[in-house]
Design a protein around this ligand. Sequence first.
Ligand code: PRT
Ligand code: ZN
Length: 283
Amino acid sequence: MLRIAIQSKGRLNEESTAMLRELGIEIDDSKRKYLSNAKNFPVEMLYLRDDDIPGVVASGSASLGIVGLNEVEEKGYPVEVVEKLGFGGCRISLAIPKADVYEGPQYFEGKVIATSYPKILKKFLDENGVNARIEVITGSVEVTPAAGIADAIFDIVSSGSTLVANNLKEVEKVFFSEAVLISNGNLSDEEKEILAEIQFRLESARNSRDKKYILMNLPEASLDEAIRILPAMKSPTVLPLAEKGWCSLHSVVNTGDLWDKVRALKAIGAEGILVLDVNKIIL
Ligand code: PRT
Ligand code: ZN
């Protein structure tokens, strides 16, 4: 059994459970408790505020955690980032009143900056030789300039619309984040095996993401040409058809190439082309 800490509610909760479900790990979150077992995999979920996840993983109270890289960096606990998960993408940026002129980090000299990420901000200010006062605020950082609490903010940005709505503009993109799988470096052999299985399933899901399964009927005379158009993982699968002189060809293509391939295949006589989503690719 291995314990995974995930956010109990908030932006990463849904995508964390959706990701585990995509890996075939069924979590009963209908009557969510503080702890819940997966139905068909030896893991137990621990639901926490995201701020608490790096510390709980570092202490060993949970063996793995799913959390934003921003929280990992800010908290600074000794945890290992084992996978980047490709969701929850955002950046932490410095933003200033829209009307101000910005010519570089010296703008912040002597200013007050509100943030929930004082450590990451301090590092940026030190690297740029800037002395500013950091005002730690845990929520609604974006309203602090208008409220006269701060001159500028250092906060998470994704679409940028919160900044626009508060008459602010983004002037420095300091830290780029996404959800990550973290581990404490002290897993037992059994826990290492479970983590390896999770990583194997993540890899299979990742491999399938940009792929489509394509099948079609093809005149046998066009087969060599079709195989040139469709190099598959080994080689395309060719099956006989009841109608003489025709075969069925199956392959996997990159989504980005799909329409070029379809056009080329139609030009050599392919018919009845079916394109299907790929759920997993196990190499
Ligand atoms: O209650 P708990 O402490 O668990 O949650 P929380 O309120 O601290 O965090 P939550 O749920 O807001 O965010 C969890 C994680 O999601 C963050 O730590 C980031 O890693 C990630 N993430 C991704 C974001 C955003 N995108 C995001 N846009 N976290 C916050 N925001 C906020 C931001 O603070 C700002 O208020 O959204 C606003 C900006 O969004 P745009 O689209 O207007 O630019
Ligand atoms: Zn939080």
